[in-house]
Design a protein. Structure first.
Lengths: 113, 115
């Protein structure tokens, strides 16, 4: 089955700086890669996703890049703000799994004021 | 429109007791999922359903059973709780369909402690 590795497990950045979280996946058939944000005590919520037919997607301060050849994808947050502090999870799936996502182990991002 | 809701929010069980967690969604989603979340391990799929009356095993199904008698509800049962089942349980749902790669919407979670 699919295996998703996520790094780093913790990340601290100064407010206003950029943060990058990286994930690798094992199954070359995977073609859908969402990112979820989970604030303390809350539910995971989708913040951005990318499909295998594109290499990059942006949404305001958040962007995701995908390298299918290397089987890795990354989340980029620019101009970080205190409200960006949370745990971020990457995930991967492909059509044959009927929406079954395999999640990474999460990155705890702390924004230092 | 409440989205995905879960009942109860928190529960304490003794080893060997049984309980049922209820998940309900009002978005007319076909697919529903149960995950458990443990520190340092992300979210792991327990069971899922692709429609009313169907269920299937996920990554960590042992010790759990599920039922989807109504499209809007997905029940997770623990027949004989064990301390290893102490976790936070999340339900999720998505539109589904043929070849679906749809956004999963999560419920608020149920925190379960097994003593």
């Amino acid at each position: 089955g699919e295996n998703v590795e996520q790094h780093p497990s913790t990340l601290s950045v100064q407010e206003g700086d950029s943060a990058v979280i990286k994930c690798t996946y094992s199954d070359s058939a995977s073609n859908y890669f969402p990112w979820y944000k989970q604030e303390l005590g809350k539910r995971p919520q989708l913040i951005i996703d990318i499909r295998s037919n594109v290499g990059e997607k942006k949404d305001q301060r958040i962007a995701v890049t995908l390298n299918k050849t290397a089987k890795h994808f990354s989340l980029h947050i620019t101009e970080t703000q205190p409200e960006d502090s949370a745990v971020y999870f990457c995930a991967a799936s492909y059509t044959g799994w009927i929406g079954k996502l395999t999640f990474g182990t999460g990155t705890r991002l702390t924004i230092i004021p | 429109n409440a989205g995905v809701t879960q009942t109860p929010k928190f529960r304490v069980l003794k080893t060997g007791q049984s309980m049922t967690l209820l998940c309900a969604q009002d978005m007319n989603h076909e697919y529903m999922y149960w995950y458990r979340q443990d520190p340092g391990m992300g979210l792991r799929l327990i069971h899922y359903s692709v429609g009313e009356g169907t269920t299937a095993k996920g990554e960590v199904p042992d010790g759990y059973n599920v039922s989807r008698l109504k499209k809007q509800n997905f029940l997770l049962g623990l027949e004989s709780a064990a301390p290893s089942q102490t976790s936070v349980y999340f339900c999720a749902s998505s539109y589904g369909g043929s070849g679906a790669q749809e956004t999963q919407y999560f419920g608020p979670g149920t925190r379960l402690l097994v003593l």
